[in-house]
Design a protein around this ligand. Structure first.
Ligand SMILES: Nc1nc2c(c(=O)[nH]1)N[C@H]1C(S)=C(S)[C@@H](COP(=O)(O)OP(=O)(O)OC[C@H]3O[C@@H](n4cnc5c(=O)[nH]c(N)nc54)[C@H](O)[C@@H]3O)O[C@H]1N2
Ligand SMILES: Nc1nc2c(c(=O)[nH]1)N[C@H]1C(S)=C(S)[C@@H](COP(=O)(O)OP(=O)(O)OC[C@H]3O[C@@H](n4cnc5c(=O)[nH]c(N)nc54)[C@H](O)[C@@H]3O)O[C@H]1N2
Ligand SMILES: [Mo]
Length: 692
């Protein structure tokens, strides 16, 4: 007689990791009862998670078991974009997709484009099997710029990579500048450390164009104009230099180009910066006194400030500050933008660029997908994009210049495949929608960009319906394409084990140990740059960058005003006088969670803040529905008249699904596709509009 099926224990706890695009990457404990996930909690023992989850991920089971989850492959039957689909079997869907891709690849594989970002930050369900598939095919490559490219390039120029303070050390800082970050919304677990420092007497300063909930809880709020941060940073340098609040010993030993930087900084008096930034000069002077005299001094700079033309150089200027005062000597001093480069990840083993076999396909920038989907074959561009495979991203909602994106995806001759959990705006444009598993239903391994722990995500429950992990979908497509390399047969567990490179920073960490323990910390010194040793070519903090010079750019950080602002585009500003920023809503994660009923209810509806002066000028009352518009598009949304924003500045929260918004457009109807100074990133917060 056969053995009886093993019985499931009544209730068990599975160690997991939050997959979302957030600096906090929390350690999760998932309660599973009879095969059903009943609760997701933060691991109380993981230092940065400390048992707390944000409102969104605390609802993870609600999202997972949502009745709207996609559970079967769907094939389009109605007109493109009509959202009419029929259920089909996996065999039929994958056979058809493979044959369509093969036909395009036979003409030119660059006609196929992957489009993905950080729907999951997992290294297995992100760019592993998918990258292998597209490399082997010779498909166009994607430059994944949509979030952090400008800041990443900026910090790389100065510090040599995405390296910086350990977030846990902020608890011991005496001064914390929270720069371009609404931490309570987007980096909650950092905020815990900032609060601890505050209780111990630290001064907290928020530098942000609108008085967000984080600014409310800081001692000072410097409410500057969007895109003017480099000017503020230079004025601080000006004051540090003229009052000799410098650590000359640190500068002499561990930095490059101080003389040139000093000369540039001397041009930036606090008065000049105050006029550019639109803040009182006294506030800049006081900030300089604080930064020049309080120790340890720490900066939490986040990506909010680099979504403007000069975003890369703004990060360069800010990243130059800590070395001037020797802040890096102390574990609780310095700066943190991202901790990403502290992790040694074996991306070649994951993504297998060797499968390109000498080919070097063109690269498409994901920020300009709106224009690029509409381009024809040309020598400069290469072949027209004939197929797009979207996973871990929702470009119809998140990419700039929404009308261009819509036109691109509406092309009748474009073959679109979307791997998703839900019928998003992008899934509506698909020829095939393939149901993907969520974090509870698959295995993964995670690094973080806001702390220094590796995490494992164990599978907690069986996939719902017919959903499959991204990795499995690409594995099965690879088989149908006739890709026989051994790497296409690897299991998720094998892929995860590759991720953790043999490197002193990873110490003895293995994926096996991670799976058991949930999370393990990197071996990185508390104050890694106390004695220089920056990962730059010179090993120093590079105020002056030879690499920037070689690329034909300013070797020093440069003050570049926005493309669209009163100062830089007065004629445009005469027609569209209001500066628009569109930061994240607290209950959403980009466009994820927008469809979760309880979170949608917390947010209510699309909202924009308008200053009382601007509202009065336009005769708009609080709570009215108004139209925000420019030459690119128009967006209807509820107005909150509020002194939280500056006069001349609108704050519209993102990123709503189009189809859940009035008129089926969202705030990206207003944004444009021009690129940042460094990194070729998007300029979401560099945008002029009018409201009526
Ligand atoms: N709840 C929630 N958490 C999130 C996200 C989310 O959507 N919702 N998004 C996640 C993602 S993708 C990322 S990249 C991270 C980082 O997230 P970010 O997108 O950086 O989000 P915020 O920290 O809100 O930073 C935006 C802040 O920058 C400010 N800002 C805008 N323009 C400027 C400027 O020119 N100068 C300055 N100084 N400030 C400016 C905005 O007013 C806002 O308060 O957070 C992640 N966490
Ligand atoms: N106006 C404006 N636009 C912005 C921003 C802004 O501040 N203002 N922020 C920008 C920033 S910082 C970012 S990072 C981008 C974010 O852009 P995206 O990375 O596209 O992020 P999301 O909108 O969260 O979409 C992720 C999608 O992936 C899906 N997903 C999650 N996990 C999986 C999985 O395992 N498999 C599959 N197949 N799918 C999965 C989710 O269901 C979701 O629909 O948006 C940018 N756009
Ligand atoms: Mo992002």
């Amino acid at each position: 007689m056969a053995d009886p099926a093993p019985t499931q224990p009544a209730s068990r706890t599975v160690r997991g990791a939050c997959p979302h695009d957030c600096p906090d990457t929390c350690a999760l404990l998932v309660t599973v009862d009879q095969g059903v996930a009943t609760a997701v909690r933060g691991d109380p023992h993981h230092p940065t998670t400390h048992g707390a989850l944000c409102a969104k991920v605390a609802r993870y089971t609600e999202r997972t078991y949502d009745p709207q989850r996609l559970l079967h492959p769907l094939k389009r039957v109605g007109a493109k974009g009509s959202g009419c689909f029929i259920q089909v079997g996996w065999e039929e869907a994958l056979d058809d997709i493979a044959s369509r891709l093969r036909a395009i690849a036979d003409r030119d594989p660059e006609g196929v484009l992957p489009y993905s970002y950080a729907g999951t930050m997992g290294l297995v369900q992100g760019e592993a099997m998918a990258a292998r598939f597209f490399h082997k095919l010779g498909a166009s490559r994607l430059n994944r710029t949509i979030c952090s490219a400008a800041g990443g390039a900026g910090i790389d120029a100065v510090l040599g990579g995405k390296v910086g303070m350990d977030v846990e050390q902020f608890a011991h800082s005496r001064l914390i500048l929270i720069w371009g970050s609404n931490s309570i919304t987007s980096n909650l677990h950092f905020w815990t450390y900032a609060q601890r420092a505050k209780r111990a007497g630290a001064k907290l300063v928020c530098i942000d164009p609108w008085r967000n909930e984080t600014a409310d809880k800081c001692h000072e709020h410097i409410q500057l104009r969007p895109g003017t941060d480099a000017a503020l940073a230079y004025a601080l340098m000006h004051e540090l230099i003229s009052h000799d609040w410098l650590d000359q010993n640190y500068i002499d030993h561990y930095t490059l180009g101080f003389e040139a930087l000093r000369e540039r900084a001397q041009q930036w008096t606090p008065e000049r910066a105050a006029a550019v930034c639109g803040v009182p000069v006294e506030q800049i002077r006081q900030l300089a006194v604080d930064y020049g005299t309080l120790r340890p001094a720490a900066i939490r700079v986040n990506y909010g400030l680099q979504r403007v033309r000069g975003g890369g150089n703004a990060v360069r200027a800010i990243a130059s500050l800590p070395a001037l005062i020797g802040a890096w000597r102390d574990p609780a001093g310095g700066l943190l933008l991202s901790s990403s480069s502290h992790f040694a990840v074996d991306s070649s083993a994951l993504e297998r660029p060797d499968l390109l076999a000498g080919r070097s396909p063109r690269t498409i920038n994901m920020t300009t997908i709106g224009n690029d989907l509409q381009r024809s074959t040309s020598p400069a561009f290469g072949p027209r994009i004939e197929a797009i495979i979207v996973y871990n991203s929702n470009p119809m909602a998140v990419a700039p210049d929404g009308e261009a994106v819509r036109k691109g995806f509406a092309r009748e001759d474009l073959f679109t495949v979307v791997l998703e959990h839900f019928q998003t705006d992008t899934a509506d444009q698909a020829d095939y929608v393939l149901p993907a598993t969520t974090q509870l239903e698959h295995l993964d391994v995670h690094k973080a960009y806001g702390h220094r722990y590796w995490l494992a995500n164990n599978q907690a429950i069986e996939p719902l319906g017919e959903a499959k992990p991204n990795s499995q979908i690409f594995r099965e497509l690879a088989r149908r394409m006739g890709f026989t390399e051994a790497c296409f047969a690897e299991t998720d567990e094998q892929i995860a084990a590759h991720a953790i490179k043999a490197d002193p920073r990873n110490g003895t960490i293995t994926f096996k140990a991670l799976r058991e323990q949930g999370w393990l910390k990197l071996t990185v010194p508390d104050a890694p740059f106390a004695q220089g040793a920056f990962p730059t070519p010179s090993g120093k903090c590079e105020f002056w960058s030879e690499r920037e010079a070689a690329a034909g750019r300013d070797p020093l950080p440069e003050v570049l005003l926005p493309y669209e602002s009163e100062a830089s585009a007065p004629q445009l500003a005469a027609r569209y006088p209001l500066a628009l920023i569109s930061p994240p809503a607290r209950n959403f994660l980009n466009s994820t969670f927008v469809n979760v009923p309880s979170l949608q209810a917390s947010e209510g509806e699309p909202l924009m803040l308008l200053h009382p002066q601007d509202a009065a000028l336009r005769d708009i009352a609080d709570g009215q529905l108004a139209r925000a518009f420019n030459d690119r598009g128009s967006y209807a949304c509820r107005v909150e008249v509020s002194t939280r924003t500056r006069p001349g500045q609108v704050v519209a929260f993102g990123i709503w699904w189009r189809k859940l918004s009035p008129g089926a457009v969202n705030v990206n109807a207003l944004t444009h596709q021009r690129l940042t100074d460094l990194g070729a990133g998007p300029c979401f917060y560099d945008c002029l509009i009018e409201v009526s």
